[in-house]
Design a protein around this ligand. Sequence first.
Ligand code: DC
Length: 236
Amino acid sequence: MECSKPRKIVVAIDGYSSCGKSTFAKTIARSLGYIFIDTGAMYRAVTLYAFEHGAIRSGIVDEEAVVGLLDEIQIAFRFNPERGASDIYVNGERVEGRIRTIEVSNCVSRVSSIREVRQKLVRMQQELGRSRGVVMDGRDIGTVVFPDAELKIFMTADPQVRARRRYDELRAKGDDVSLEEVLENVRSRDAADSGRAISPLRQAEDALVLDNSCMSVEEQMAWFMERYREAACSDK
Ligand code: DC
């Protein structure tokens, strides 16, 4: 379907951890000239801040202490031309390189299950997407943040495939992790994200499922562009 003037829409991408959601969302945003918001990075940034300010000790999350820190956490995204993507900042400090360690990954599901944390970040996300023209990836974008998103995609892939992708990424960065450790983290995050009481990960009724276990980024893009044209050219 072709139309001369596609309208600006919200593309909501939800799904399991390490599905390649961010890579996919970033590529889409670049080709459409849309803003890309990685909401997982926001939950990771709060988790990192909690680590660095004593609200997480020996892997134990002190919920009250995390809530007590929320008012002092300012999150911002700034475009980094070197990466061709936005970096995340907390209180003016760039934390992009420090939010994806296995320590943060092990505690982020717990932090993201805290009601007050979600309230703060969901409000920010809604504000960031207010003018449409945004691709947002996370767990609850199509269900809670933008239930009225014009295009909702639910991504999934085999846990072994996801663990291998995350493992390769971490090893390339010099992290000394084992594949078993990463697979265990992927499995336990799936269970925690789907099982939590507030805004659990679930497929919105009107979401389209994309299982990318055996798909290249190019194949995923071709799949997406067809759906995008339908959504952006319809007047519904
Ligand atoms: O996408 P990611 O793996 O970087 O996300 C990190 C964690 O943040 C993930 O375990 C679940 C949580 N998260 C969430 O609860 N809601 C979102 N919208 C995005 C992420």
